[in-house]
Ligand binder design. Structure first.
Ligand code: ZN
Ligand code: FE
Length: 255
């Protein structure tokens, strides 16, 4: 196994992820909502932190960093576009950049929309992409800073990754997302069945993150604006995918 990746629940509904490469001993945490659960997970595994990846500037993704770095010094990686509002970075990255972690080449994608400067990191050798509040399980982040068009371009970029890619997104919002998705795509059998799985998982206190890109392509309405049934439901048969996406996002904001 190229990387072992742990899902770490933080705060009310955030996720951080810890990726570890046994060969090099390197360990990277993706986002730091709070230090405690991350420190506990590292200690439990006996792993030493080497890298921190920050996906975007929102407090619920970065506020635990000072506390974590106080006893776990590490190389902090984040968006060059956001150096003015992220904690001090050791490595500032942009779309198309790569960096090496755990012997893996990590590819930086600009996925602006939720914020301008939000990045995702794709690790093809581990079939993993860290998407935080861009592409989420059965959803996508609310568009706070960018435009709907920008968010659509970001999601389209992620949708083009290999379908077997595992999507590590930033929040446990899947149950609410499923209810909305069913309002947009009510006849989709894959969505109906996934919604049942999600409901059961949440009843049992289990995480529904990560998911696979294949699942998202089949069930996430924000990746499906080209679907004829969704278009028909919205009365947008001749619109562009970006226009249909914008309408779906606007419906979610009102849902
Ligand atoms: Zn956010
Ligand atoms: Fe968030």
């Amino acid at each position: 196994m190229p990387l072992e990746i742990l899902t770490i629940p933080c705060l009310d509904d955030n996720y951080a992820f810890i990726a570890h490469d046994a060969g090099s001993g390197e360990t990277m945490v993706v986002d730091v909502p709070e230090a405690g659960p991350i420190r506990t997970a590292l200690a439990g595994k006996g792993w030493t932190l080497s890298h921190v990846l920050l996906t975007h500037h929102h407090a619920d993704h970065i506020q635990g960093l000072p506390g974590l770095l106080a006893d776990c010094p590490a190389t902090v990686i984040g968006a060059a576009a956001d150096t003015h509002r992220l904690p001090p970075l050791d490595l500032a990255v942009s779309e198309g950049d790569t960096f090496t972690f755990g012997g893996q080449t990590c590819h930086v994608l600009d996925v602006s929309g939720h914020t301008v400067g939000h990045i995702a990191v794709h690790i093809p050798g581990a079939d993993a992409v860290f998407t935080a509040d861009s592409l989420m399980a059965l959803g996508c982040g609310r568009v706070f800073e960018g435009t709907f068009q920008q968010m659509w371009s970001s999601l389209a970029k992620l949708a083009a990754l290999p379908p077997e890619t595992v999507v590590y997104s930033g929040h446990e919002y899947t149950l609410a997302n499923a209810k909305f998705a069913l309002s947009i795509d009510p006849e989709n059998p894959a969505l109906i069945s996934r919604s049942e799985t999600v409901e059961t998982a949440r009843k049992n206190g289990q995480a529904t993150v990560p998911s696979t890109l294949a699942e998202e392509l089949a069930t996430n309405p924000f990746l499906r604006p080209s679907d004829p049934a969704i278009r028909a439901g919205l009365n947008m048969r001749d619109a562009t995918d970006a226009e249909v996406f914008a309408e779906i996002r606007a419906c979610k904001d009102r849902f």
